[in-house]
Write a protein that binds this ligand. Sequence first.
Ligand code: GDP
Ligand code: MG
Length: 436
Amino acid sequence: LSSRLDRAVKNIKGEGRISEVNVAATIKEIRRALLDADVNFKIAKEVTNEIKEEALGQNVLTAVSPGQMFTKIVSDKLTELMGGEMVPFSPKGSPAVVLIAGLQGSGKTTFTGKLGLRLKKQGQQVLFVACDVYRPAAIDQLETLGEQTGIEVYTERENKNPVEIAQNGIKHAKANGKSIVVVDTAGRLAVDEQMMNEITEIKETIAPSETLFVVDSMTGQDAVNTAKTFNDRLNFDGVVLTKLDGDTRGGAALSIRRVVEKPIKFISTGEKLDNTLDEFFPERMSQRILGMGDVVSLVERAQQAFDEEEAARLNKKLRKNQLDFNDLLSQIQSIKKMGDIKDLMGMIPGMGKALKDQEIDEDAFKPVEAIIYSMTPKERANPDLIDNSRKKRLAAGSGTSIQQVNNLLKQFNEMRKAMKKINRMTGGNAPGAGGG
Ligand code: GDP
Ligand code: MG
C-alpha cells in the first residue's frame, strides 16, 4: 500500500504547486488505499475530498517535493480524523468502575482479562465482575482469566439479574479494598432491544467512570453500524478495537471514530493475555493505514518483552537508520518470545505485505535465522557487503536457495527504506519512542 501511494505521489513530483490536474490520480489511489484498509466507502470518499481541498493550491516548501508534502498532508489528515491526540484511559473513583459493553464474540471477556492484567501491573487492586448471566460458560471463562492473572472474580451463579450482580460486585470491591472494578457483561449476536435495555440499566445504576464499547474490527461495515447503535443508546466513553491482528484493518478505527466521535482507547491483537493490548495512538494508526508499519509500537512492545537496554539500543539504531542483521536476528529471537507472531510481523514494514495471507509459524523464521547464522560477523554488521559470491556461499552454508537469500536481503532493504521514511516524517524523533 505504501508503494502504491509512493507511485501515486510520483505523479505530482516536480511541480512547484499542488494543482487540480496533478492531484486527481493521486486522490483516486489514496481512496483505493483507504478502501483496502477497510475504511467505509462513504467515509473514504469524504476524506479524500477533504484532503484534496486542503492540498490544492498549497505552496510547496522548497525543501520538500510536492509528493512528500502531499504524503504529509494525507498522514496528518488521517491522524486528525482519528482524534489527533491520544486520549488516555484514566477511570476515576474509589473504587473506579469500568463497564464493558458490546456484541457477543466481540472480545469483551478477553479484553477484560487483558485490561485487568495491565491495571494489576500498574499496581491496582483489580476485581472482575461477571455479569453475563445467560451463559454459564462465560462465567467460567472469566474465572479462568482470573486464575491466569491472579485477579479475583466476583460471581453470583444463581442470580439472573445482572444489575444486582454489578451492584453487589461493587459493594464487594469496597469492602475488600479494591481500587478498580471491571464489569464484564453479556452480549447478543445482533443488537436487540432487551440487550440495550439491560446494558443501559446497568450503566444507569452503577454509574461507571468509564464505559468502554468493545468491537471486532474484522466485522468491517457492521462494526460502524453497531458502534453507532450502542453510542446512541449508551453514550459510551471510549472504544476498544479487538482482533486487529493483521497488518491492515486499521480502517475501522477511522470509520468508527468519524461516526461516533468518541476516542478509541485501546487496540487488542491476538488471543494471548500478555503484550497484546496497546493504547491507541492516532498518528501510529495513520501510518499503519498508510502501510508504513507500526514500528513505534513494535519498539514499545519489544521494550516490554525484553531487556530495556536492548530496546534503547535498537531505538537509537532505528533513528540513525543503522539497522543490521544482528538487530534482525535479535528481533526474531525476541519476537518468538512475544505475542502473536503473525501480528508482530505485520508491524515490520515490508514484511507484513510479504507475509500477508500466509500461515506463519515459528518455522517461517528458520531459513532467515539459518542465513544470518551463515554470515560472518562483518557481513552481519554491514549488510551492504553481501555481493553475489557471498550470496552463493550463504545459500550453500544455510541450506537455502540464492532466491531465499535474495528475498531476505530485499525485505531487509525495504525495511530500512521504510524506517528512513518514518525518520524523515518524524524528524528522527519517532513519537513515543523516547522512553527507552
Ligand atoms: P465476548 O463474547 O465479547 O466476551 O468475546 P470473547 O472475549 O469471549 O472473545 C470471542 C473470541 O474472540 C474468543 O475466541 C477470543 O479468544 C477471541 N478474541 C478476542 N479478542 C481477540 C483479539 O484481539 N484477537 C484475536 N485473534 N482473537 C480475539
Ligand atoms: Mg464474554
